[in-house]
Design a binder for this molecule. Structure first.
Ligand code: ADP
Length: 461
């Protein structure tokens, strides 16, 4: 049996116990009171008839009820008691009369001290039998009407027995139900656990079909979604390793070939310089590649120190614009748009890192611009929750599926030409400043990459 089933059974048994205990206490305390009050009412009615009989100096017939008239120490039987059955006869051993369907004057009045009976009372005869009775004063003496009390006792006993039987039955039933429920609920959970184990081993297939229409189905959907995303990330990582190997291999081969040519003395004079320059260029490519990977891993592990300094935002944007203009190719137009009227926005930023973000946005915009409209807008504007800095191009745009992944490491589209690290690095830099980031894009119409400096990080001096 699994743990959940065991737990359900435990709680079911506990609930049952509490319910039965409460039921037991209530029935054993309330039931006798109700019954005794009923008996007093019955005796009260019977006493009216007995009084009538006393008046007429006769005796009456009463079922299971005895009545006596006590006057100056003498006790006179006032009724012929008809017994309903065996149940009520057991206590009349002292009477000398059995009353299985019999009828007769009762004698056990001899064994009872009627003078000490109270108006409403439960009392005993000399043989220890218990009775319930009422006493009423009349012109003819005290009338005592009473009956066996044992009946009530045996009734309560039966009720308690029934409760115990119900308890045992419901306990067994609840254990069976709990077992069934436990198995029913844990089956999909165990299947999900196996699926999660498989995912951790890199097995993303074998999706489960769960149609329980509850949280378990939602959990299954989340696991399926997680599995899909992990699969994409896994593929990206594999592609990255093969890309890195390829990207490292190409410059390394060039470096090796050029070095061999120089070493073997196959080139002389100016040509040696050309070959050496070529080697230096390839080394630069290699070192920037390794540098990017290092920066990203440091940023992700929070090991890279970001040097924040109070900076005038508009000045930073203007300076960046002039530097960026140099990297924009002759074909592209870089337009600056400053919609921020107030120049006194000061923000704590790391100039170098944030400039790196802008460079990445701009180089991507250039890469993905269309020859028909190669304009790029670089702007700053005030929005409701802060100040937004954006780079807008009118290029190929990004489809919805890719939009989910572009900020991930190693993700790159067809026109990339890079390592797929630029936006991942930008994202880390933006987040480490406490800024927000995003992209608005429409396929075929262009993209707008932006980051937002929230109001709480802006000091207006
Ligand atoms: P890389 O430029 O090395 O490919 P990035 O992380 O900078 O890596 O960009 C990831 C991908 O996002 C790009 O390969 C490209 O598919 C997409 N992308 C980024 N900027 C733009 C843009 N302005 N227009 C269209 N696609 C873009």
């Amino acid at each position: 049996m699994n743990k959940i089933s065991k737990r359900i059974i435990k709680y079911m048994v506990l609930i049952n116990l509490v319910v039965i205990l409460v039921g037991f206490i209530l029935t054993s305390s309330i039931l006798p009171k109700i019954y005794i009050n009923n008996e007093y009412s019955d005796l009260e009615i019977a006493s009216e008839y007995v009084l009538e009989a006393a008046k007429n100096n006769t005796v009456i017939d009463l079922t299971d009820i005895y009545a006596v008239l006590v006057n100056d120490g003498s006790v006179k039987n006032m009724c012929r008691t008809i017994s309903r059955g065996q149940g009520s006869s057991g206590n009349n051993s002292g009477s000398g009369m059995g009353h299985m369907g019999q009828m007769g004057m009762m004698n056990h009045s001899k064994n009872i001290d009627f003078t000490s009976v109270k108006n409403k009372d439960i009392f005993k005869d000399d043989d220890g039998n218990t009775y319930i009775g009422i006493k009423k004063s009349s012109d003819y003496g005290d009338i005592v009407v009473y009956k066996d009390y044992e009946e009530i006792r045996s009734l309560i006993k039966s009720v308690n027995l029934i409760i115990v039987a119900i308890f045992i039955f419901s306990l067994v039933l609840s254990i069976i139900i709990a077992f069934y429920l436990g198995e029913k609920f844990t089956k999909p959970i165990i299947a999900l656990q196996k699926r999660a184990d498989n995912i951790s081993k890199g097995i993303y297939e074998n999706t489960l079909e769960v149609t329980t229409n509850d949280e378990i189905e939602e959990l299954n959907n989340s696991i399926n979604k997680m599995s899909e995303e992990l699969k994409i990330k896994d593929t990206m990582q594999r592609e990255f390793i093969s890309n890195v190997s390829h990207d490292l291999k190409t410059p390394l081969s060039v470096i090796r070939a050029n070095s061999e040519v120089i070493k073997d003395g196959l080139v002389e004079g100016e040509e040696v310089v050309d070959y050496a320059t070529n080697i230096i260029e390839e080394v630069d490519i290699l070192s920037s590649l390794v540098g990017e990977i290092l920066v990203l891993s440091k940023l992700r592990e929070n090991k890279s120190t970001i040097n924040l300094a109070d900076t005038n935002l508009v000045d930073f944007i203007n300076e960046s614009y002039y530097k960026l203009k140099n990297i924009v190719s002759i074909n592209n137009n870089l337009v600056i748009k400053n919609e921020l009227d107030d120049r006194n926005y000061y923000v704590k930023i790391d100039n170098n890192y944030l400039y790196r973000v802008l460079t990445n946005f701009i180089t991507n915009a250039i890469k993905h611009s269309k020859s028909t409209r190669d304009e790029i807008t670089f702007g700053i504007k005030s929005i409701e929750n802060g100040v937004e800095i954006y780079v807008r191009d009118y290029g190929i745009g990004i489809d919805e599926e890719s939009l989910k992944n572009i900020w991930d490491r190693y993700y790159k589209g067809d026109k990339s030409g890079g390592m797929g690290l630029g936006l991942a690095i930008s994202k880390e830099i933006i987040m480490s400043h406490g800024f927000l980031y995003g992209v608005r894009s429409k396929l075929g119409e262009g993209s707008e990459f932006y980051f937002i400096v929230p109001n709480k990080l802006i000091k207006k001096i």
